[in-house]
Design a protein around this ligand. Structure first.
Ligand code: AMP
Ligand code: ZN
Length: 464
């Protein structure tokens, strides 16, 4: 039985879906104003392991992950970049999905964009207004937190001492500064993106976006809502307020929050400047499988300190597991199967599931995999490994990897084929005497640590 810690109740609870066999889950997606860093991806990988394990247990999953494509930081940076909203966010959305694919993160069933759900947001505002939760001021619409008796229940916030009516327009703010928050914002500058609505022209607050998309695709009450711990307040608190305020029903049964990836004891974040992107690390020669391994090497519920040494350790762990898989594949055993292998397989599966059932302890699941490797390697050394064992071990490795997603070898191929493609593009550019483009490709590759050498047999490449 899967037990997960629920932020709302602060307890580990048995997880079962509210209806039938389908888990309806929502994960707050990226704010697309830059490349994601691996701190962001720690959360997305943890949610991916969760969805994969739910499927392993036999559930169907309906997983929605939004794209926040209108928000304070986006407006600030699109203006700096001199791009339209659609061009600016479209670019970073594509880059995010590529990085997620490279980390073997399964695509959620539905990936809605905030700007395509303005009508649903307006419908929620109508309901909130009818239920007496809103007030208008200076062309914006606010949610009055004192109108909900249980505001603050997710983050454990006490409302005493708050000034009634004090309000905030920004999307992110501190917990000790709980205030009425904005649902719909009047434009502040002439060139800000805006929509015409019965609440005036303007744009949505960040929190409203998620309530609208979650309830549209998953219903008014659903099973699971996920994100990093920094989203507990104010984002998720405010999502609950809006959704419950509109429907009068509980919004989400189970809240799943992923702890931070740290660097030198501090949260990895764009604003602190202490971040690595997936592509930074790939350029340094690390595989995306190693990055994924590192991100799941500690349970999601504990903080994880990132170091390059840790990443090297992850790369060598992947190498060991792949060598093991290769060794098993290449063995020519007798037709027999051996009881010790059967016992090792049963133990590994029981340990793997016990660890994941205990609040998705991925460190324990990896330990079960390494125990299996040790037991099977010893049996092979002692010549007690047959053809039937081989098939059983291979089947269990494949089954484990449906959850862990670390053994596939696709990524190296992708990097190489990408380089080969750029070499082809450079050849074509030179043929068309477009030497600027050819040089640009050479420089681009050099920045990624790839050196080109033109020989009579064609262009060769090597890593610096
Ligand atoms: P954002 O694009 O900033 O909205 O963040 C996307 C997701 O990454 C959210 O669920 C955040 O909570 C999460 N996140 C941001 N920084 C970290 C970090 N250092 N460690 C783990 N998760 C993070
Ligand atoms: Zn959200």
């Amino acid at each position: 039985m899967l037990k997960l810690r629920n932020t709302l109740t602060r307890a580990k609870e048995e997880f079962t879906p509210l209806e039938n066999n389908t888990v309806r889950m929502y994960a707050c997606g990226p704010t697309v104003y830059d490349y994601g860093h691996i701190g962001n991806f720690r959360t997305f990988v943890a949610v991916d392991v969760l969805r994969r394990y739910l499927k392993y247990l036999g559930y169907k999953v309906l997983h929605v992950m939004n794209i926040t494509d209108i928000e304070d930081k986006i407006i600030r940076d699109m203006q700096k970049a001199g791009k339209s909203l659609a061009a600016f966010t479209g670019f970073y959305t594509d880059e995010f999905l590529q990085d997620a694919d490279s980390l073997n993160i399964e695509r959620p069933e539905i990936i809605p964009r905030a700007t395509e759900h303005i009508d649903e947001m307006v419908a929620i505002m109508h309901k909130l207004q009818a239920n007496g939760h809103t007030y208008a001021s200076d062309g914006s619409l606010y949610f009055s937190i004192s109108t909900l008796s249980d505001y603050g229940k997710l983050s454990g916030l006490k409302l005493e001492g708050n000034q009634a009516g004090a309000r905030v327009d920004v999307d992110e703010y501190e917990k000790d500064d709980a205030r009425d928050f904005v649902l719909w914002k009047a434009p502040k500058e002439a060139d800000e993106p805006r929509w015409q609505t019965p609440f005036g022209e303007g744009r949505p607050g960040w929190h409203l976006e998620c309530s609208a998309m979650a309830m549209k695709y998953l219903g008014e009450t659903f099973d699971l809502h996920c994100g990093g711990v920094d989203l507990i307040f104010p984002h998720h608190e405010n999502e609950i307020a809006q959704s419950q305020g509109a429907t009068g029903k509980p919004f989400v049964k189970h809240w799943f929050h992923v702890e931070f990836l740290l660097v030198d004891g501090k949260k990895m974040s764009k604003s602190a400047g202490n971040f690595y992107t997936v592509r930074d690390l790939v350029t340094q020669g690390f595989s995306t499988a190693a990055i994924r391994y590192l991100l799941i090497s500690a349970p999601y519920s504990t903080q994880l300190n990132f170091t390059l040494d840790g990443l090297k350790g992850a790369a060598s762990a992947i190498e060991k597991l792949r060598n093991f898989r290769r060794r098993v594949k290449e063995i020519d055993g007798s037709p027999a199967s051996h009881p010790r292998i059967q016992a090792a397989l049963e133990r590994a599966q029981a340990d793997f599931e016990a660890a994941l059932n205990d609040d998705l302890n991925t460190a324990g699941a990896l330990a079960a995999l390494f125990d299996l490797r040790r037991d099977v390697n010893t049996a092979i050394d002692e010549d007690e490994f047959g053809e039937a064992d081989k098939a059983n071990v291979q089947a269990l490795l494949t089954r484990f990897d449906t959850v862990l997603g670390i053994l596939g070898e696709e990524q190296e191929v992708t990097l190489e084929s990408e380089i080969e493609k750029l070499i082809g593009d450079r050849y074509a550019a030179r043929k068309h005497r477009d030497f600027a483009r050819a040089d640009q490709i050479r420089n681009e590759l050099a920045e990624r640590g790839i050196i080109l050498e033109d020989t009579p047999q064609g262009t060769k490449w090597k890593k610096k």
